[in-house]
Write a protein that binds this ligand. Structure first.
Ligand code: PMT
Length: 231
């Protein structure tokens, strides 16, 4: 971390920040895969906001149709296992990591080497659980603060609070993904940042660009993960 103290008593802390974004694609055969509707917009907006604020940013991205933000180091991956490997390689030296990616929870137990043919009898897929990248990073002991997103469709805040503790992270951003005007795929979002200290901040519906700038400003505050004042 680099600290620059100004004449007015203002101190800028340049951090090394890792952000995951987008979906993962889990291949079934040479032409098909499992995926989800994540566009990558939230993660890319966070990476852009962090770079604009003067931080060093590594963006680990699943397959998306977005251009990388200026000044950001892009690491393109396809599967959850690749995202995990890249994240763990980058994690030492990172001060803040934000996991905005919508990682597929499952992958095929084995990938068919040829295109799966129709049999006329339906198809049963044998799936295995993917590694949890956020939980693995949080347990890695590198010292990086780990901030997850919780994509929920019901009891959003309660589910997010439980996920924060289950995954052992420092904060979680509760995201209602049942809405059509916000969340996955949209240019807009409405979230609640829940810190391990119990402190919570709700950000009303706004563009992902604006929201990302506010989240980065909050998460890079020197006292973000320790203060418990209510605002
Ligand atoms: O990409 P957009 O279209 O802009 O949409 C943004 C978003 C809705 C995808 C994003 O804001 C969001 O909510 N991302 C989290 C999506 C998700 O997979 O949530 P989850 O509740 O299933 O997972 C909880 C956390 O664990 C997330 O930080 C996720 O990145 C992480 N995770 C999940 C599974 C897994 N195997 N490894 C993980 O690291």
């Amino acid at each position: 971390m680099l600290e620059i103290a100004g004449a007015l008593g203002f101190t800028f802390r340049a951090m090394h920040i890792l952000i995951t974004a987008g979906p993962t694609h889990e291949p079934l055969d040479p032409v098909r895969y499992l995926a989800n509707r994540s566009s990558g917009k939230m993660g890319y907006a966070l990476a852009d906001a962090a770079a604009r604020a003067g931080h060093v940013v590594d963006l680990v991205s699943g397959p998306v149709a977005l251009s990388p933000p200026e000044g950001v180091q892009l690491h393109q991956v396809t599967t959850a296992v690749e995202m995990l490997e890249t994240t763990l390689t980058l994690l030492p030296g990172i001060q803040l990591s934000i996991f905005a990616a919508a990682v597929c929870d499952y992958r095929a137990a084995s990938i068919a080497s040829e295109k799966i043919k129709k049999s006329g009898r339906g198809l049963t897929l044998d799936l295995v659980e993917n590694p949890d990248i956020l939980a693995t990073a949080a347990a890695s002991g590198t010292g990086a603060k780990c901030v997850g997103f919780a994509a929920e469709t019901e009891n959003v805040l309660d589910q997010a609070r439980q996920k924060l503790h289950r995954k052992g992270c420092d904060a979680i951003i509760a995201n209602d993904v049942s809405r059509s005007d916000a969340g996955m795929g949209s240019d807009f979002n409405e979230v609640t940042l829940i810190l391990n200290s119990g402190h919570e901040i709700t950000y009303p519906l706004q563009s992902k660009t604006l929201l990302a700038a506010k989240l980065i400003a909050e998460l890079t505050r020197a006292d973000c993960f320790t203060r418990s004042d209510s605002r």
